[in-house]
Design a protein around this ligand. Structure first.
Ligand code: PLP
Length: 410
């Protein structure tokens, strides 16, 4: 697509034409939770199940060959999209499993009591809890970088203070609550200079910005396919060669072994060590189709489109009495995620009232309780926009929000 044509993009997503049971057209603003899927993804998965469903890597027949080829072709397209080689992409169920994989297969083997891992208050629980578990198990020290509340961004001075002696830095690329895009290039450069490895949680980042693993230079980058037009159940870990060489096993069983006897087992090397059991075949094929579909999108134009919508929503919300905003989409690189609260309408009630207008948004603590604590709130309402949202949808959202606030928030 040379020009950004939102109607053409929308026509690829059958669900976007849905009329809800109350007669309202769907306005889907919950893209940070999961994105919708284009026909290309739905069809690729359906074709696999209808015509060549078979297990991969373990059969001598035609269907097994076709399934294996499709699984590995998808790995090639996905790795290429992220500027990585296929042997550096490990399929996981998503970002949560990818971070657990790093904690168990790499950190458990390479870190010891007293080693420090730097986290931030902006992390999703997926990038906190595995480290807390490891801390209980082997006594690593966890250092949390606080927020600069004025700027809704990380306190980079505090980061610099947390760095000396740290073995690993784990940072979210883009916050799922604030929409803030962190200065990950600077964070990685500082970590490298200090001798620490880096893990970038790109669950939100990968859907609004092209990420190039090799250029970025992080040791670990984690991905969730379902937030970038792909299916649920799959994502990946991009892992640098030397970190991969240091990994022990993660899940054990079939596929990751070279040989097994009653006396013990010999494991495979590299990425093969870290993928166990029947692969996520349909899901990988679906993710590959999503990547092929996304490859046709100009990400700069997409980013501008999302930013223009987010600014329109932000400016409109700012004028509504009683609304507090916890995001600033005018910040460079911000995603289309905006958190907000009404001072007199509980967030659950507000979400329910907006749902009556057909608007799907998220409410709660967004798996980011330390961030909620830092903001001094129990929850937020969150709209998260993506490439197929439109100005009309923003206007419809603002109209409903104004109406709800006038009627229930006085
Ligand atoms: N990290 C961030 C920033 C997220 O937004 C999410 C999901 O919302 C996750 C991690 C967890 O991803 P998944 O549930 O796909 O494993």
């Amino acid at each position: 697509m040379s020009m950004y044509d939102v109607e053409e993009i929308r026509s690829d997503f059958p669900i976007l034409g849905r009329i809800l049971p109350n007669g309202k057209p769907l306005v889907y603003f919950d893209n940070a939770a999961t994105s919708q899927k284009p026909n290309a993804v739905i069809d690729a998965m359906s074709t696999y199940y209808k015509t060549y469903n078979s297990n991969a890597h373990r059969g001598a027949h035609t269907l097994a060959d076709e399934a294996t080829t499709a699984l590995e072709d998808a790995r090639e397209s996905i790795a290429a999209f992220f500027g990585a080689t296929p042997s550096n992409l490990i399929y996981t169920s998503g970002t949560t499993e990818a971070i657990n994989l790093v904690a168990y297969a790499w950190a458990r083997k390479n870190l010891a009591e007293g080693d420090a891992v730097v986290l931030t208050e902006m992390e999703h629980h997926a990038d906190i809890v595995p480290w807390q578990e490891l801390s209980k198990e082997i006594g690593i020290e966890l250092r949390y970088v606080p927020l600069d509340l004025e700027k809704m961004s990380l306190d980079m001075e505090a980061y610099k203070h947390a760095l000396p002696g740290a073995a690993l830095v784990c940072v979210v690329h883009t916050s799922n609550v604030l929409g803030t895009r962190n200065p990950i290039e600077e964070i990685i450069a500082l970590a490298k200079a200090s001798g620490a490895r880096t893990l970038i949680d790109a669950a939100q980042g990968a859907s609004h910005e092209r990420i190039n693993f090799e250029e970025l230079g992080a040791d670990f980058v984690t991905l969730s396919a379902h937030k970038m037009a792909g299916p649920t159940g799959i994502g990946g870990l991009l892992i640098a060669n030397d970190a991969l060489a240091q990994c022990g096993p993660f899940l054990t069983g079939g596929q990751m072994i070279r040989s097994v006897s009653t006396d013990g087992s010999v494991y495979r090397d590299g990425a093969a060590l870290l993928e166990t059991g029947t692969p996520r075949i349909a899901e990988a094929i679906g993710w590959g189709a999503a990547i092929d579909w996304l490859s046709k999108i100009d990400f700069d134009q997409m980013h501008d489109h999302i930013k223009a919508l987010a600014m329109m929503a932000y400016e409109g919300m700012r004028e509504i009495d009683g609304i507090t905003l916890y995001s600033d989409p005018s910040r460079p690189g911000s995603s289309g995620t905006i958190s907000f609260l009404h001072e007199r309408i509980a967030s659950d009630d507000l979400a329910m009232l907006l749902n009556e207008g057909g608007i799907a948004l998220r409410t709660g603590q967004h798996c980011a309780q330390p961030l909620m604590d830092a903001l001094g709130v129990a929850s937020t309402n969150r709209i998260s926009l993506w490439l197929y949202n439109t100005e009309e949808e923003i206007q419809s959202f603002l109209t409903h929000l104004r109406m709800v606030c006038e009627r229930f928030g006085a």
